[in-house]
Design a protein around this ligand. Structure first.
Ligand SMILES: [Fe+2]
Length: 209
């Protein structure tokens, strides 16, 4: 799969019904086929007339955005963010089963937040505090220090210093079809989907970069 223009829609790591009952096949299909695909297509349209930037990765587009021509900069940021964030979101989940962190990440969470349950409380509180559309992230710096943070719209954390481990999509299109306006229930059920194996591999990678 291309890591630069023309960007491809990252394959979903499970089928439409793979996240049921926590996320219905309708929600997953609509989200992936409509929203995620839109960001990929629009990003490719924006970069098509600009060969200079066609070998840039998503990370480069997001971190070196000041170099982009002013006329496409805001739209490229939004759509590159939309692709990057959704790529991470689908990887942050796995077919429904309640699991807890593993490996080095498990120790880091216990050390930094006191326990997995206290970490869950802080993560959920952060997600519930976000107004409007956005994302809640668990990220790590190169020293292995963890942070929970929100970003608005399609913004990303500072990728120069942080490696995202997990992200939950808090745009209404991620849950409204199934949960209506009940973001809290979506978040409570999200723990049954969390892909801790992925988060732990991201965590180990963060300390080798
Ligand atoms: Fe989304």
């Amino acid at each position: 799969m291309n890591s630069h223009y023309p960007f491809a829609l990252q394959p979903l790591p499970y089928g439409w019904s793979g996240l049921q009952p926590c996320l219905s096949a309708d929600v997953v299909c609509n989200h992936y086929e409509h929203h995620h695909r839109h960001y990929v297509n629009r990003l490719n349209q924006l970069l098509q007339p600009y060969p200079t930037y066609q070998d840039w990765t998503l990370e480069q587009l997001l971190t070196d955005c000041q170099t982009l021509p002013e006329e496409i900069r805001p739209a490229v940021l939004v759509h590159a963010g939309g692709v990057y964030n959704h790529n991470l979101y689908w990887c942050s989940m796995a077919p429904c089963r309640y699991t807890s962190p593993t490996g080095a990440l498990s120790k880091a969470i216990a050390c930094q937040y006191g326990s997995f349950q206290l970490f869950q409380q802080q993560f959920k509180a952060s997600a519930m505090a976000l107004t409007g559309s956005g994302w809640t992230w668990l990220a790590a710096d190169c020293d292995g220090s963890l942070s929970i943070q929100n970003t608005a719209n399609q913004q990303v954390p500072d990728l120069n210093v942080l490696t995202p481990l997990l992200v939950v999509d808090l745009w209404e299109h991620a849950y409204y079809l199934q949960y209506r306006s009940n973001r809290e229930r979506y978040l409570d059920n999200w723990w049954y989907l969390t892909n801790w194996g992925f988060a732990d591999s991201q965590y180990r990678q963060s300390m080798t970069e």
